[in-house]
Ligand binder design. Sequence first.
Ligand SMILES: *Cc1c(COP(=O)(O)O)cnc(C)c1O
Length: 424
Amino acid sequence: MKNFYASFGVDDAVAARCEAVAEGLRDRFEAIDAVAEYNQARVLRAMQRCRVDAGCFAGSTGYGYDDIGRDTLERVYAEVFHTEAALVRPQLVCGTHALAVALGANLLPGDELLSPVGKPYDTLEEVIGIRPSPCSLAEYGVSYRQVDLLPGGGFDYEGIRAAITPRTKLVTIQRSKGYALRPTLSVERIGELIAFCKSIKPDLLCMVDNCYGEFVEASEPSDAGADMVVGSLIKNPGGGLAPIGGYICGTKQCVGRCAYRLSAPGLGQEVGASLDVKTSLYQGFFLAPVTVSGALKGAVFAAKLYEGLGFRVLPDGSESRHDIIQAIELGSAERLVAFCEGIQSAAPVDSYVKPVPAPMPGYDSPVIMAAGAFVQGSSIELSADGPLRPPYSVFFQGGLTWFHAKTGIVMSLQKLWEKGLITL
Ligand SMILES: *Cc1c(COP(=O)(O)O)cnc(C)c1O
């Protein structure tokens, strides 16, 4: 490995520092593997119970009537998430779309949406209409209220109680921190929040934005009372193989409405050809528990490494994990750019390009994104990004294997080192 590092241009001081950190992580990695083993068994059992067979992989075209493979895959998801129903479709083009469908399908004019965990992910601002946008929920007469987390990261229970009115119809809870510097919520904490909201208004629908959280723990928010859990297939549950798609798992009532919103009233879940993507969706879901474990190891390694260099990292190197994202407050635009250059230079695809900050649809400040992925934009593959605004935090995630995640992080440190932006 020493020679390999040298051929990647890694200085001895950088390599030595990284190896020392990796050595100290054996116990953490064992715990991560134990969760992966359990989740692997859950997925395997679901596939067996749903009698997945070769016929499920056959493509479908046109309307997609009687697409047994599509319907079986949805039963597999429902089985793993312990929900009555699931919508798992390539026609859900990304996570934002899946969330927009789930919200739009279950909120009617006059209803109010509540986020009791602060500002939602950037792209949802336009979906909701926090930033005015054509076709937002606000345009359709759905109002929005938000209760921020308390300074220590706790739930503002009194604020939430006061914010729930007879109009409040749906509560949206984002599990992962997104581009915010707040703790990610554990399934247990999400369960407490859902129970509290429902104790005030029992008919509230609770939706969890589960992006980046799938398979990190041994249970999912649907085990903790969520009516819908929503996510992207080019993140955790696609296992790196899904080329497109999103999922919504939940109650029959909620998921049924989502299907009508996605296709058309009256058509619902019965239409939607899956073309030739099904094998990748099945195989990716099968591999996802282990893929996620590799990404988690990378995140823990990055946290330990950068924490040791004096940077503020979130989560820190020792705390328990509830998503695969690692935030590192780099404190300057130069460091943020250098970090991303390092990740990019370690990619199997597009390793020769240099990432630069640019405006992105859905985001309100320039964003730098480093990724050299087999599936474009996939962030279960090794990727790093961050908005160019103080405190210049990089959000690092993914890695189809732990070894690749490690290489990327080593390269990030190398770039910071060779530009004189850190001392070792
Ligand atoms: C990625 C992400 C989304 C949006 O997903 P896209 O697939 O990028 O549209 C929403 N919420 C959270 C927390 C995310 O991480």
